[in-house]
Write a protein that binds this ligand. Structure first.
Ligand SMILES: [Zn+2]
Length: 64
C-alpha cells in the first residue's frame, strides 16, 4: 500500500510532504509510521498507518 504523499498540516494548514517513499519490496504495513514534514512551519508528523490504508482484502472477514 501507499500512504498519501501530501497531507494538511494540523499546526498551520500548510502542506506536509511524505519524507520518504517505502521500498516497493517492503511496503508499509499496518502499525508502521509514515513521516511527513510541513513546508510552511517545518514541523514533522509521524502518522501511524491504519487498517484503512491496507488492502481491502484485509477487511470484512466474517466473524466466527
Ligand atoms: Zn505547518
Amino acid at each position: 500500500m501507499q500512504p498519501v504523499e501530501i497531507i494538511v498540516c494540523v499546526e498551520c494548514g500548510g502542506r506536509a510532504h511524505l519524507l520518504y517513499v517505502p521500498d516497493p519490496e517492503s511496503p508499509f504495513v499496518e502499525g508502521d509510521y509514515a513521516a511527513y514534514r510541513c513546508e510552511e512551519c517545518m514541523d514533522r508528523f509521524d502518522l501511524e498507518v491504519t487498517a484503512e490504508d491496507v488492502a481491502d482484502e484485509e477487511r470484512g472477514a466474517p466473524e466466527f
